[in-house]
Design a protein around this ligand. Structure first.
Ligand SMILES: Cc1ncc(COP(=O)(O)O)c(C=O)c1O
Length: 396
């Protein structure tokens, strides 16, 4: 079939594919443990639901301005003031179909063909594909010291005449690493702040505006955020970007032709979440911090696995290369043998690692890791019971 060159290079989102796989196995009745997930299990805030329902009850569900309804922009402006201490105008704000679309239209607004966009590795799975969708080139940068913490010199070495943008995601999916203030202070960037409130050990969100050298209307800083992670509203698909008026106008023009903007019902829900009771965010953060501690304890007792304690998010990126150098093979082995879903590190630009999510229950975390241990440790007993299902080791 004569698909476009770009279409031929784009692969399915591995994390979305894994969600499908988990759903299919569960439907078959398999006791799958999903440690590959990218969404909190808590419920969406009641304020979001009430707000969406009241819009639906009006039975007048219409087009909105492509860049979002004024009420949502107002909430985003207030959010930006609260968390970034920065006053912005409605023309500096666009609401999109998730942070994902905000990043995508942002890249489409600034990248020309063959230009480069840099991002530290491990990186979120969508950045390389988004660059390709723009006809541009994604350039992953692996910190030279082997850590998850990029340094300015790592980035500087890769900046060239084709470099147009840098995407920073901190705390980071998949490593959970929160980059240092010094690092963030020295570059201009697309700041993917989708996890900025889900941080641990008393850390405070980093305000990238504090370090931007140019805070005028020519500033090249685009800050992206959304309701998906912090409010457990992944299915609502609302995110946003804050940037200079020209870039936001360009993004709105692009979005206008792509989707005409996000659904009004879901925008109303986001207004409800942003303006409503906020205690759910802190309780989610506390749950995740506790889950992280449990996962780290379990992984630390797992001989052969190397793990760096995540500073935030709900992911842990652990080095399993002692068991298998191919993360894809290892991930497949774990789902086939013990029905535990993990995401291969190769998808994030680092072989030998697995991304394990701790956004599920403590039982899922502990049982999932116990099953992995059983599968990988050659000294494990020959049999494992999962409920009344008996698994027998037929591998060495
Ligand atoms: C780093 C990162 N950025 C952006 C997104 C997209 O979020 P949204 O659901 O708002 O599109 C995700 C979701 O997994 C993510 O991990």
């Amino acid at each position: 079939m004569s698909l476009s060159q770009i279409a031929k290079t784009i692969s399915a989102s591995p994390t979305l594919k894994l969600n499908e796989k988990a759903a299919i196995l569960r439907e078959k009745g398999d006791p799958v443990i999903h440690l590959g997930g990218g969404e909190p299990k808590s419920k969406a805030p009641m304020d979001a639901i009430i707000s969406a329902v009241s819009n639906l009850n009006s039975a007048e569900v219409r087009y909105t301005p492509a860049e979002g309804i004024p009420a949502l922009k107002k909430s985003i402006i207030r959010y930006t003031e609260e968390f970034y201490d920065r006053k912005v105008a409605p023309e500096n704000v666009i609401a999109s179909g998730g942070a994902k679309q905000a990043i995508m239209v942002g890249l489409q607004a600034i990248l020309n063909q063959q230009e480069e966009v840099i991002y530290p590795a491990p990186y979120w799975v969508s950045y390389p594909e988004m660059a390709k969708l723009c006809g541009a080139i994604g350039v992953p940068v692996l910190p030279e010291d082997g850590s998850f913490y990029p340094r300015i010199q790592d980035i500087e070495q890769r900046v060239g005449s084709y470099t147009k943008a840098i995407i920073i995601n901190s705390p980071n999916n998949p490593s959970g690493a929160m980059y240092s203030e010094e690092f963030i202070s020295d570059i201009w960037l697309i700041m993917d702040d989708i996890y900025h409130r889900l941080i641990f050990d008393g850390r405070k969100p980093i305000n990238c505006y504090k370090y931007a050298k140019n805070l005028t209307e020519t500033s090249k800083l685009i800050v992206v955020n959304g309701v998906s992670k912090q409010y457990a509203m992944t299915g609502f698909r609302i995110g946003w970007a804050v940037g200079n008026k020209k870039v936001i106008e360009a993004m709105a023009n692009i979005q206008g032709h792509q989707t005409s903007g996000p659904s009004v019902v879901l925008q109303k829900a986001a207004v409800g979440a942003l303006n409503g009771i906020q205690s759910g965010v802190e309780s989610l953060r506390l749950t995740l911090e506790n889950n992280r501690n449990v996962m780290i304890d379990y992984l630390n007792s797992f001989e052969g696995v190397r793990v760096t304690k995540p500073d935030g998010t709900f992911y842990c990126f652990a080095d399993f290369s002692n068991y298998n150098k191919s993360s894809n093979k290892l991930s497949e082995f774990l789902i086939d043998k013990v029905m535990v879903l993990t995401v291969p590190g190769a998808e994030f630009g680092m072989e030998g690692y697995l991304r394990l999510s701790y956004c599920g229950t403590i039982k899922e975390i502990t049982e999932g890791i116990e099953r992995m241990k059983w599968a990988l440790d050659p000294n494990s007993p020959n049999e494992l019971y999962i409920g009344d299902r008996k698994l027998v080791r037929d591998w060495s």
